[in-house]
Write a protein that binds this ligand. Structure first.
Ligand SMILES: Nc1nc2c(ncn2[C@@H]2O[C@H](COP(=O)(O)OP(=O)(O)OP(=O)(O)O)[C@@H](O)[C@H]2O)c(=O)[nH]1
Ligand SMILES: [Mg+2]
Length: 314
């Protein structure tokens, strides 16, 4: 663990040189909500981000990790430097490490142009909103052109992760029971690209048809025509088309002004999360516990208690 600014600057320098251990240590600092994060942000600088952040989401077992691995292969062949951030919002511990381990064990393990890190939610106020953009900046400093954000775990957390991406890829697959069901439950609105994975299985055609029907019924969110692609991630089939669609979406984002809009929304959540965490850190020790006792004893209502807490900050 680096102890002072000089060490941190050295670490950032090594990350910029693309040293995987330095990248790993910086992302660990981010994950651990280190007091050095403000200094880290300063050292990383404020240039506009070049890296394209691509979120992959979908039900468990749909093929996110397999697709991520296939995408890394295709992007590397095209000479791009790739970062992968596996995010597990459901757990305060690194459940996502499983994915990192899996990818590290594949053919990309020794490739110096690939950085794979997993990050758990800090389980705090706006944990991910504050932590993930900073982790993305670290990966970008290390020269990543594309960062793949893979969600681990399910639920409304997927939506939170989507807020971090420039382009959101929603994966469906036959036999997941909830494939198209998930699409009905709001994923339709967040997808920039649909992928029907496991196209080598019998029911893949039916999933594609149902999805096309749903897409036809939904009001278009923008003039971006959301494509439905079919892949066999295990054989990297359809992955070139997916890479092409991701590239086209990136161009559309830039040309339409939507890229700047999405990134402003992301920055707003990040700023709020940082500010709220800073406020929380300034609560006097045990102040909340003391007020809570008075609320439960019926001496104080919770709004008055919150006012007292905030007044104590000034
Ligand atoms: N037949 C077939 N199997 C696939 C395909 N893609 C992935 N699989 C298999 O589906 C299983 C789940 O794939 P993963 O990539 O681990 O899925 P995931 O979405 O990352 O799963 P979680 O991380 O648990 O949510 C594995 O056994 C894969 O080998 C495909 O295109 N066709
Ligand atoms: Mg996975």
């Amino acid at each position: 663990m680096s102890r002072d600014g000089a060490d941190l600057a050295e670490l950032v320098g090594r990350a910029r040189d693309g040293q995987p251990r330095a990248v790993a240590r910086l992302i660990s600092l981010v994950e651990a909500d280190s007091p050095q994060l403000a200094e880290l942000a300063r050292l990383l600088g404020t240039v506009p981000s070049r890296a394209h952040v691509v979120g992959l989401t979908g039900a468990p077992g749909v093929g996110k990790s397999t697709s991520t691995s296939a995408l890394i292969g295709a992007l590397r062949s095209a000479g791009r430097r790739v970062g992968v951030l596996a995010i597990d919002p459901s757990s305060p511990f690194s459940g996502g490490a499983l994915l990192g381990d899996r990818i590290r064990m594949t053919e990309h393990a020794t490739d110096p142009g690939v950085f794979v890190r997993s990050m758990a939610s800090r389980g705090q106020l706006g944990g991910l909103a504050a932590a993930a953009p900073q982790a993305l900046r670290v990966l970008e400093a290390a020269g990543c052109d594309v960062v793949l954000l893979e969600t681990v775990g399910v639920g409304q957390s997927e939506i939170e992760v989507v807020g971090l991406a420039d382009t959101t890829v929603v994966l469906l697959a036959p036999g997941m029971g909830d494939g198209v069901q998930a699409a009905k439950a709001g994923v339709l609105e967040i997808a920039d690209i649909f992928v029907v994975n496991k196209a080598d299985t019998a029911e893949a055609g039916a999933v594609g048809r149902q999805l096309r029907q749903l897409r036809a019924m939904a009001a278009p969110r923008s003039d971006w025509p959301v494509p439905i692609l079919h892949t066999v991630a295990t054989k990297a089939e359809g992955i070139a088309e997916l890479v092409a669609a991701i590239g086209e979406h990136r161009e559309w984002l830039a040309g339409s002004g939507e890229l700047a809009r999405r990134r402003s929304v992301r920055a707003a959540s990040e700023i709020e999360a940082i500010a709220l965490a800073a406020v929380r850190r300034r609560f006097p020790a045990d102040a909340v516990a003391g007020l809570a006792e008075r609320v439960q004893a019926g001496e104080l209502d919770p709004y008055a208690a919150a006012d007292q807490l905030l007044a104590g900050l000034r």
